[in-house]
Design a protein around this ligand. Structure first.
Ligand SMILES: [Mg+2]
Length: 132
């Protein structure tokens, strides 16, 4: 589980780009196009880091994160926002996001954000003790 990242993005181009990029960086990446698909995976899988687009049909990224937080306070959740950011940072924090990045992003920036995410996930798991 240590190496797993879940990417949620409704745009094929971005989803495939993220899948390629993060796989290249050595992560075990699962990329899906909707929050609904993500929840199906989350029934049986655990991901220390989740990166989600915000503007999506059906359930948007903010709702998605809120719903994750109902049962899970350990996963590091990163919002990936578009050029014109329609969501203010307070709203993202309130929804439970740990970090946010703007598209398009520099590889170094996302690399660092993910490393920080895994570190933080580990700390939270240790703090809470027992099972991940
Ligand atoms: Mg989108």
């Amino acid at each position: 589980m240590e190496n797993k990242i879940l990417v949620v993005d409704d745009e094929d181009y971005h989803r495939e780009l993220m899948h390629k990029l993060l796989s290249k960086l050595g992560y075990d990446v699962e990329a899906v196009e909707s929050a609904e698909d993500a929840f199906s995976l989350l029934e049986t899988n655990r991901y220390p880091v989740i990166i989600t687009d915000l503007i999506m049909l059906e359930m948007d990224g903010v709702e998605f994160c809120r719903k994750i937080r109902e049962t899970d306070d350990k996963t590091f959740v990163i919002a990936l926002t578009g050029h014109t950011d329609l969501y203010d940072i307070d709203k993202l924090k309130e929804a439970g996001f740990d970090n946010h990045l703007t598209k398009p992003f520099k590889i170094e920036v996302i690399k660092q954000a993910i490393q920080d995410g895994f570190d933080e996930f580990r700390k939270r798991a240790e703090r809470q003790g027992g099972s991940l």
